[in-house]
Ligand binder design. Structure first.
Ligand code: ZN
Length: 183
């Protein structure tokens, strides 16, 4: 497999602080290509041999703004743990409902734009329902839970110029970790 050439901006670049703009359809050919490239990149980053070969960090999601494109688009490649991967293309997403229950990634959240270890937890809704459009402009509704719910919330934050590091309490990075559920 050939690694797609994509540039991922670092957290210290002001690019990531842009609020991304709503997308109109049909998508341009470059946007469609970037969706495909980003999904392949994410898949390859989650396959151990390829990750080592290309010196990658594992990631399951990328927002267009992380690649310098100011549009409300993100992709997620979910490792189904059976050798298969499931792709999600999410455009102009709106969160239409959220669970009361709050969860967090026990070992800490990660981001392909954050190239350092970050202490602390990021509280997220255990389940959310999202309305969005696919790459062909078809509207759909999806209910996601657990790590996929966290990934969706992390990527939606990117569309609004927010990084996971912003959501960690600076004075008490593990605040409420005993109240929320670790996953
Ligand atoms: Zn990220």
């Amino acid at each position: 497999m050939k690694l797609p050439k994509i540039k991922i901006y670092d957290e210290f670049d002001k690019m990531l602080r842009n609020v991304s703009k709503e997308v109109t359809f049909p998508l341009s050919a470059p946007d469609k290509k970037l969706i495909d490239d980003a999904l392949l990149y994410l898949k390859m980053s989650q396959i151990e041999d390829l990750r080592a070969k290309f010196n990658l960090r594992a990631g399951m999601g990328l927002a267009f703004i992380q690649m310098g494109i100011n549009k409300r688009i993100f992709v997620i490649c979910e490792d189904l743990q059976d050798g298969n991967f499931k792709n999600y293309v999410v455009i102009n997403p709106k969160i239409i409902s959220t669970s009361e229950e709050i969860i967090y990634v026990e070992e800490g959240e990660g981001c392909l734009s954050v190239n350092r270890d970050v202490e602390g937890i990021v509280p997220r809704n255990a389940r959310i329902t999202v309305q969005a459009f696919d790459e062909n402009g078809n509207e759909y509704t999806i209910r996601v839970r657990e790590d996929l719910s966290i990934a969706f919330q992390h990527e939606i934050d990117h569309l609004n110029g927010i990084l996971f590091t912003d959501r960690i309490d600076k004075d008490n990075p593990y605040k409420n970790s005993e109240v929320y559920r670790p996953i």
